[in-house]
Unconditional design. Structure first.
Ligand code: PAF
Length: 294
């Protein structure tokens, strides 16, 4: 697979493709690639002639005391995964390429505050500002026609869609369904932090969320003829039960929330497109996951 590390290398690789009128796709990643990332690549393939996969562990989206230094970096294995025709170009920038004047005084993008302030944003202040800051840079550097992000980080997907919309990036954003292990655990680079005992319990999170999503669908059905207050109580009970289910299995829960898919606000009367989202710790590992309500 072709590689670019500097802006100049990236631009000289892209120029002939763009010149020939080819459609470009960008798959932004932080590396340590797994089947979830390959699903992103597969998702953009029908929309593009050329696929660029970026690998960059972005420091500005990690808070103090988070896992930036120990985040798994496996560039050689990543490049092997990207070979075999899966993508056309791997963009592997260093900090100087992404933040040329240094991070401290860099130009930052601020994520839409209401959307980015809740759930993950409340647990990890500033996280989404770092995400949109680096994604804006990647979009500007690559100027893709299409870009893909995983639904596993559902709030991130929404925050990025909002930024793309607000700032008018001419890019189509694809949200790609989560890839799961046989026991339901959503694929994530952070799963490798789990010790054996925690790994055996980790699948419980997706089970609990799937059940909560089913119950939410029932409340929605029933509440057609009731007022919004009863539905809201039903959602609270579901959140509470899911939290208990996780705690019984040894999770420390940051949040379990039934939310509107559109903006992750609490559902109001008439809202039917909902999602159940959770974040919880197993030992030192923080897991997040979500399920659509259908
Ligand atoms: O989801 C990720 O891997 C990262 O948050 C992203 C979108 C590549 C930005 O660093």
């Amino acid at each position: 697979v072709l590689q670019a590390r500097t802006r100049e290398q990236l631009w000289s690789a892209l120029e002939p493709w763009r010149g020939a009128g080819e459609r470009l796709a960008l798959v932004p990643t932080m590396g340590n690639l797994h089947a979830g990332h390959l699903a992103l690549i597969d998702a953009v393939r029908p929309h593009a002639d050329r696929i660029v996969c970026s690998i960059y562990v972005n420091p500005t989206q990690f808070g103090e005391g988070e896992d930036f230094t120990r985040y798994p970096r496996t560039p050689e294995a990543d490049l092997e995964m990207l070979a075999a025709g899966r993508c056309d170009l791997a963009f592997l920038p260093d900090d100087e390429t992404m933040y040329p004047g240094g991070q401290a005084n860099a130009t930052h993008v601020r994520a839409a505050p209401a959307l980015a302030g809740r759930l993950e944003g409340a647990a990890r202040p500033g996280h989404f500002d770092g995400v949109v800051t680096v994604v804006a840079r990647l979009l500007n550097l690559c100027r893709p026609h299409v870009a893909a992000f995983g639904q596993k980080d559902f709030q991130q997907l929404r925050v990025i869609e909002r930024m793309v919309d607000d700032l008018g990036y001419p890019v189509k954003v694809l949200g790609v369904p989560t890839v799961r292990e046989p026991d339901g655990l959503a694929l994530s680079s952070r799963n490798r932090y789990l010790d054996d005992a925690s790994r055996q319990r980790a699948g419980v999170m997706s089970e609990v969320l799937a059940l909560a999503a089913e119950r939410t669908a029932l409340v929605l059905l029933r509440s057609r003829n009731e007022n919004g207050a009863e539905a809201a109580e039903g959602f609270e009970r579901i959140e509470h039960k899911a939290r208990e289910g996780l705690e019984q299995k040894g999770f420390r829960v940051d949040y379990v929330a039934v939310r509107r898919s559109l903006d992750l606000a609490r559902p109001g009367p008439g809202d039917t497109d909902l999602r159940v989202l959770a974040a919880a710790w197993l030992g030192e590992t923080r897991l997040i996951d979500n399920r659509p309500v259908s």
